[in-house]
Design a protein around this ligand. Structure first.
Ligand code: DAH
Length: 340
């Protein structure tokens, strides 16, 4: 009789334990069997009605089943607690693979890209980079470059003056003089930098950038200049690019030339970009005027040189076919994005 009840409690209890989906359900099942008025507790109370001779054996049976059920519950509790802990940890884990909101990456401004390209091409040919002041004496910007006192470029309509001796440099050519004063030939330098002029329209800006070049050594000629500039044009634009030298005039070079590029858009046939000529003007250059060398203490009988100065904005406009220089300064993100 007692054994029958015990085995049915054992079965029911095992079923209740395996059905308990969580700790709370398991706790409720434990109360149902082992609680104050649980099934096994009630059975224990029946012990007083068992005949004295059978009491010890019945007592042992009941104690054994009680220990067995407690152990079964303890094991189930532990298992469930472990499962629940694992579940919680899995839920709390930070998913590092989650994609973040889209961010836009920045990029160099086209003017910086072009300036860097120019610098890299010339440093690749052995040129050193030199720097000079943007606020300079008129001596460096004009006088030492053989620009006469009455030259129109000195007019306050063409130059920003701080006072009668000091100005915002109008050309990086001023750096040539600083370098020649401090460095003995051989000199092979480029000077990238900002220059200032009171101009403001589609192809001029009050501030723009130039890259000046200067080479001084024994036996330097116009054909060295031509070779270097052709090499530059091929690297900067394309291998097919040709250059053309036209006679020009600058006080600091003799002879002076304007250097044109074959038009990259039409290949020289003539188009909108080159205004039908097949050529695009890139820069001014020439053989350094001996008067300029002598003025800075370089022996013009022993040394000769060539120089050139190109506009970074101009080179950028030519390379990308940009019609208006102001597009490069407005910083309209829709324009800049096209250069990423
Ligand atoms: N400085 C001239 C300009 O701003 C450009 C130039 C022409 C530079 C001839 C030179 C040169 O070094 O030799 O228009």
């Amino acid at each position: 009789m007692l054994e029958k009840e015990i085995s049915s409690i054992r079965r029911e209890c095992a079923a209740a334990i395996s059905e308990a989906a969580n700790s709370q359900k398991l706790g409720e099942a434990k109360v149902r069997f082992l609680g104050k008025s649980g099934a096994l507790t009630l059975l224990l109370r029946e012990l007083k009605n068992v005949p004295p001779a059978e009491k010890p054996a019945a007592g042992k049976l009941l104690n054994d089943i009680r220990a067995e059920l407690e152990a079964a519950f303890a094991m189930a509790e532990e298992n469930l607690a472990k499962k629940e802990r694992e579940l919680r940890i899995a839920k709390e884990t930070l998913d590092v693979t989650l994609s973040k909101p889209y961010t836009e990456y920045g990029a160099l401004h086209p003017l910086s890209v072009v300036k860097n390209d120019i610098i890299n091409i010339f440093t690749g040919m052995g040129f050193e980079i030199k720097d000079g002041p943007e606020i300079d004496y008129e001596y460096y910007n004009f006088t030492a470059l053989n620009i006469p006192a009455d030259h129109p470029s000195r007019d306050s309509a063409d130059t920003f003056y701080i006072n009668d001796k000091i100005l915002l440099r109008t050309q990086t050519s001023a750096v040539q003089v600083h370098v020649m004063e401090t460095q003995k030939p051989p000199i092979r330098i480029i000077c990238p930098g900002k220059v200032y002029r009171p101009d403001d329209d589609a192809t001029h800006s009050p501030m723009f950038q130039q890259v000046e070049g200067l080479v001084i050594d024994e036996h330097v000629t116009l054909s060295d200049l031509t070779g270097i500039l052709l090499e530059f044009a091929k690297k900067f634009f394309s291998q097919e690019t040709k250059i053309r030298l036209r006679p020009s005039f600058f006080p600091f070079t003799e002879p002076s030339v304007e250097v044109d590029l074959s038009c990259a858009m039409c290949g020289g046939k003539g188009c909108r970009l080159c205004k039908g000529t097949g050529w695009i003007e890139l820069l001014g250059a020439g053989v350094v005027n001996p008067a300029v060398l002598e003025c800075s203490g370089i022996d013009s009988k022993k040394y000769s040189g060539f120089a050139f100065g190109m506009g970074v904005e101009r080179a950028t406009m030519i390379r990308y076919g940009i019609p208006d220089m102001r597009l490069l300064f407005d910083n309209d993100i829709r324009i800049l994005r096209q250069f990423r």
